[in-house]
Design a protein around this ligand. Structure first.
Ligand SMILES: Nc1ncnc2c1ncn2[C@@H]1O[C@H](COP(=O)(O)OP(=O)(O)O)[C@@H](O)[C@H]1O
Ligand SMILES: [Mg+2]
Length: 306
């Protein structure tokens, strides 16, 4: 199996603080690799190391076969990267921004117009070539930023929360574009907080406090990452009842989703007891990815406290 990204005990410290802690991951060619974790867990720091713009403190890794420590200049030229705050020139037009990035990547002049047209089509920006970037809506700006990031046709694309701050429609459209890039062979590593996007990743790595705590397909994570029995109850004043529910000896965890409460039990044989205590029906459910991540983050916190 060919891996386009490998890391082994990759670590980054800032002073005494360990932002990325001995991370070992492998990413296959053509996959969408979801990189998830709470704020401050080290996602952006990892991506910056993989892009060759931040030096690891220790550990090793390769991107497209190049060594992270030795070949970071080569890596920088060969990857696409959209940072959390993607940088477009607001006072340039759509065309001018793309042309600027084409120049940055030294795309030969005779090829530039073709590439720019390709990016305009990919980003659904037809007819907007002469629009000032400042006047574009959030979704269009984001797709233009993607166009700038992949005008060099990189084999791997790193996207750091590309869809935060745009409308749900634009988010879905953006992710469709990502899927079509992946199906034509581009490897995509993407960080996101949106579960519908995580569901569409081929593989997910979940990190907490800089360390990898789960890594599998979305299906397998839902099947195996949460041990116990997950049930759902409708409780309108859920917030006031959580403490009581969590005090029950067979309840491991509760989380509130609107008027629904998801409760993790040691075993399904406790369902009748729970229904009696809560005074409502409790239906067994397959945990959602969100349930999985809540459970994993709590497990990790408990380990740290012990
Ligand atoms: N240049 C830096 N100097 C000091 N601390 C940093 C620096 N960059 C990131 N950090 C810290 O490292 C941790 C991980 O940050 P980051 O990788 O941005 O997390 P995420 O992207 O998952 O939200 C945070 O606690 C952050 O404050
Ligand atoms: Mg980040």
């Amino acid at each position: 199996m060919e891996y386009v990204v490998t890391t082994s005990a990759l670590t980054r410290k800032f002073g005494d603080f360990t932002a990325v802690n001995s991370l070992s991951i492998n990413i296959r060619q053509g996959e969408i690799y979801g990189f998830l974790g709470p704020n401050g867990s080290g996602k952006s720091t990892t991506i910056r190391m993989l892009c060759g713009i931040l030096e690891p403190t220790s550990g090793s890794g390769t991107v497209l076969g190049y060594d992270l420590a030795r070949d970071h200049e080569k890596i920088k030229q060969r990857i696409g990267y959209m940072s959390q705050k993607f940088s477009l020139y607001e006072d340039l037009t759509v065309y001018e921004n793309l042309n600027f990035y084409a120049g940055l990547y030294s795309i030969p002049r005779r090829e530039r117009d073709l590439r720019i047209k390709e990016m305009i089509a990919m980003a659904l920006l037809d007819g907007r070539e002469s629009d000032l970037t400042a006047n574009l809506g959030g979704g269009l700006k984001q797709r233009l930023a993607l166009g700038c990031a992949i005008i060099s046709r990189p084999a791997i694309l790193f996207l750091d929360e590309p869809t935060s701050g745009v409308s749900p429609t634009s988010r879905r459209l953006f992710f469709k574009i990502i899927q079509s890039l992946a199906s034509s062979g581009t490897t995509v590593m993407v960080t996101t907080h949106f579960m519908d996007e995580a569901e569409r990743c081929h593989n997910i790595a979940f990190i907490s406090e800089g360390a990898l705590i789960a890594n599998d397909t979305p299906e397998n994570l839902k099947k195996t990452a949460v041990r116990g029995c997950m049930v759902e109850m409708e409780i309108p004043d859920a917030m006031n009842r959580i403490q009581f529910l969590e005090s029950l000896p067979y309840v491991r965890d509760c989380s509130v989703h609107g008027v629904m409460v998801h409760t993790l039990l040691d075993d399904r044989r406790h369902i009748p007891e729970l229904e009696k205590a809560a005074g409502v029906r409790a239906a067994e459910i397959t945990p959602s990815l969100e349930d999985v991540f809540i459970a994993l983050a709590k497990q990790k916190r408990r380990q740290v406290q012990q």
